[in-house]
Design a binder for this molecule. Structure first.
Ligand code: HEM
Length: 133
Protein backbone atom coordinates (compact mmCIF):
# COMPACT_ATOMS: atom_id res chain seq x y z
CA UNK A 1 0.00 0.00 0.00
CA UNK A 2 1.37 3.40 -0.98
CA UNK A 3 0.59 6.51 1.02
CA UNK A 4 2.74 8.81 -1.13
CA UNK A 5 1.30 12.26 -1.82
CA UNK A 6 1.50 13.92 -5.23
CA UNK A 7 4.20 16.58 -5.59
CA UNK A 8 2.81 20.15 -5.15
CA UNK A 9 1.50 21.43 -8.45
CA UNK A 10 1.96 25.10 -7.55
CA UNK A 11 4.67 26.16 -10.03
CA UNK A 12 8.02 27.04 -8.48
CA UNK A 13 9.34 30.43 -9.49
CA UNK A 14 13.00 31.41 -9.68
CA UNK A 15 14.24 33.37 -6.65
CA UNK A 16 14.51 36.65 -8.54
CA UNK A 17 10.80 36.60 -9.39
CA UNK A 18 9.55 35.60 -5.94
CA UNK A 19 7.51 38.12 -3.99
CA UNK A 20 5.92 38.16 -0.55
CA UNK A 21 2.40 37.86 -2.02
CA UNK A 22 1.70 34.44 -0.48
CA UNK A 23 2.91 35.67 2.92
CA UNK A 24 0.47 38.61 2.82
CA UNK A 25 -2.25 36.27 1.59
CA UNK A 26 -1.59 33.93 4.56
CA UNK A 27 -1.70 36.90 6.96
CA UNK A 28 -4.86 38.29 5.35
CA UNK A 29 -6.69 34.95 5.86
CA UNK A 30 -5.93 35.08 9.61
CA UNK A 31 -6.78 38.78 10.10
CA UNK A 32 -9.93 38.70 7.96
CA UNK A 33 -10.95 35.47 9.74
CA UNK A 34 -10.72 37.24 13.11
CA UNK A 35 -12.84 40.18 11.88
CA UNK A 36 -15.32 37.81 10.24
CA UNK A 37 -15.94 36.05 13.57
CA UNK A 38 -17.29 39.34 14.98
CA UNK A 39 -19.09 40.49 11.81
CA UNK A 40 -20.69 37.14 10.85
CA UNK A 41 -21.64 36.00 14.36
CA UNK A 42 -23.03 39.48 15.11
CA UNK A 43 -24.98 39.38 11.85
CA UNK A 44 -26.36 35.90 12.61
CA UNK A 45 -27.37 36.94 16.12
CA UNK A 46 -29.08 40.18 15.07
CA UNK A 47 -30.82 38.78 11.98
CA UNK A 48 -31.77 35.29 13.13
CA UNK A 49 -32.04 35.21 16.93
CA UNK A 50 -32.84 38.66 18.38
CA UNK A 51 -36.44 40.05 18.35
CA UNK A 52 -38.36 37.11 16.87
CA UNK A 53 -35.50 35.85 14.71
CA UNK A 54 -35.77 35.41 10.97
CA UNK A 55 -39.56 36.06 10.94
CA UNK A 56 -39.03 39.79 11.49
CA UNK A 57 -37.00 40.20 8.29
CA UNK A 58 -38.89 41.94 5.51
CA UNK A 59 -38.44 44.94 3.20
CA UNK A 60 -39.24 47.40 6.02
CA UNK A 61 -36.69 45.82 8.36
CA UNK A 62 -33.93 46.02 5.73
CA UNK A 63 -34.92 49.60 4.83
CA UNK A 64 -34.77 50.61 8.51
CA UNK A 65 -31.35 49.03 9.02
CA UNK A 66 -29.78 50.49 5.90
CA UNK A 67 -31.02 53.97 6.79
CA UNK A 68 -28.19 53.86 9.34
CA UNK A 69 -24.64 54.32 7.94
CA UNK A 70 -23.31 52.07 10.73
CA UNK A 71 -25.21 49.01 9.40
CA UNK A 72 -24.40 49.97 5.81
CA UNK A 73 -20.70 49.98 6.74
CA UNK A 74 -21.08 46.70 8.71
CA UNK A 75 -22.69 44.94 5.74
CA UNK A 76 -20.25 46.45 3.23
CA UNK A 77 -17.17 45.37 5.22
CA UNK A 78 -18.68 41.91 5.83
CA UNK A 79 -19.43 41.53 2.11
CA UNK A 80 -15.92 42.52 0.99
CA UNK A 81 -14.07 40.54 3.66
CA UNK A 82 -16.15 37.36 3.22
CA UNK A 83 -15.89 37.56 -0.58
CA UNK A 84 -12.14 38.17 -0.70
CA UNK A 85 -11.43 35.71 2.14
CA UNK A 86 -13.59 33.00 0.53
CA UNK A 87 -12.19 33.63 -2.95
CA UNK A 88 -8.59 33.68 -1.72
CA UNK A 89 -9.23 30.37 0.06
CA UNK A 90 -10.73 28.93 -3.11
CA UNK A 91 -7.73 30.22 -5.13
CA UNK A 92 -5.49 28.09 -2.88
CA UNK A 93 -7.79 25.08 -3.29
CA UNK A 94 -7.71 25.45 -7.10
CA UNK A 95 -3.91 25.78 -7.10
CA UNK A 96 -3.69 22.63 -4.95
CA UNK A 97 -6.08 20.45 -6.92
CA UNK A 98 -6.09 21.54 -10.61
CA UNK A 99 -3.86 19.05 -12.44
CA UNK A 100 -3.60 20.80 -15.81
CA UNK A 101 -2.46 24.39 -16.44
CA UNK A 102 -5.53 24.98 -18.62
CA UNK A 103 -7.94 23.76 -15.95
CA UNK A 104 -6.24 25.93 -13.35
CA UNK A 105 -6.35 28.98 -15.63
CA UNK A 106 -10.08 28.69 -16.42
CA UNK A 107 -11.10 27.94 -12.84
CA UNK A 108 -9.10 30.95 -11.57
CA UNK A 109 -10.60 33.13 -14.29
CA UNK A 110 -14.18 32.08 -13.40
CA UNK A 111 -13.41 32.68 -9.72
CA UNK A 112 -12.06 36.17 -10.45
CA UNK A 113 -15.10 36.99 -12.62
CA UNK A 114 -17.48 35.84 -9.86
CA UNK A 115 -15.66 38.04 -7.31
CA UNK A 116 -15.99 41.13 -9.54
CA UNK A 117 -19.68 40.36 -10.15
CA UNK A 118 -20.64 39.70 -6.50
CA UNK A 119 -18.66 42.66 -5.11
CA UNK A 120 -20.03 44.93 -7.85
CA UNK A 121 -23.70 43.98 -7.44
CA UNK A 122 -23.51 43.78 -3.62
CA UNK A 123 -21.81 47.16 -3.24
CA UNK A 124 -24.26 48.73 -5.72
CA UNK A 125 -27.26 47.45 -3.73
CA UNK A 126 -25.92 48.71 -0.39
CA UNK A 127 -25.26 52.20 -1.79
CA UNK A 128 -28.27 52.63 -4.10
CA UNK A 129 -30.97 50.89 -2.01
CA UNK A 130 -34.16 52.97 -2.26
CA UNK A 131 -36.65 52.46 0.60
CA UNK A 132 -39.37 54.38 -1.29
CA UNK A 133 -40.06 52.13 -4.29
C1 HEM B 1 -16.13 33.14 10.66
C2 HEM B 1 -14.86 33.34 10.72
C3 HEM B 1 -13.82 32.70 9.81
C4 HEM B 1 -12.58 32.37 10.25
C5 HEM B 1 -12.00 32.54 11.65
C6 HEM B 1 -11.86 31.82 9.10
C7 HEM B 1 -10.52 31.43 9.12
C8 HEM B 1 -9.86 30.86 8.06
C9 HEM B 1 -8.44 30.57 8.02
C10 HEM B 1 -7.44 30.85 9.15
C11 HEM B 1 -8.17 30.00 6.82
C12 HEM B 1 -6.81 29.54 6.30
C13 HEM B 1 -6.63 28.06 6.48
C14 HEM B 1 -5.29 27.59 5.92
O1 HEM B 1 -4.51 28.39 5.39
O2 HEM B 1 -5.04 26.37 6.01
C15 HEM B 1 -9.41 29.92 6.10
C16 HEM B 1 -9.56 29.33 4.87
C17 HEM B 1 -10.70 29.41 4.11
N1 HEM B 1 -11.85 30.09 4.41
FE1 HEM B 1 -12.26 30.96 6.17
N2 HEM B 1 -12.69 31.82 8.00
C18 HEM B 1 -13.90 32.35 8.39
C19 HEM B 1 -14.99 32.56 7.56
C20 HEM B 1 -15.08 32.18 6.23
C21 HEM B 1 -16.20 32.50 5.33
C22 HEM B 1 -17.43 33.33 5.72
C23 HEM B 1 -15.91 31.90 4.13
C24 HEM B 1 -16.71 31.90 2.85
C25 HEM B 1 -17.20 33.00 2.34
C26 HEM B 1 -14.63 31.21 4.27
C27 HEM B 1 -14.01 30.48 3.27
C28 HEM B 1 -12.75 29.93 3.38
C29 HEM B 1 -12.13 29.10 2.34
C30 HEM B 1 -12.76 28.67 1.00
C31 HEM B 1 -10.85 28.76 2.82
C32 HEM B 1 -9.80 27.87 2.14
C33 HEM B 1 -9.91 26.48 2.69
C34 HEM B 1 -8.72 25.62 2.38
O3 HEM B 1 -7.61 26.12 2.11
O4 HEM B 1 -8.89 24.38 2.46
N3 HEM B 1 -14.16 31.41 5.55
N4 HEM B 1 -10.43 30.44 6.87
Amino acid sequence: MSLALDKPRQPRRPAARRSNGELYSWLFMRLSGLLLVVLVLGHLFIMNILDGGVHKINFGFVAGRWANPFWQAWDLIMLWLAEIHGANGLRTVINDYARKDGTRFWLQLMLAASVVLILGVGTLVIFTFDPNI
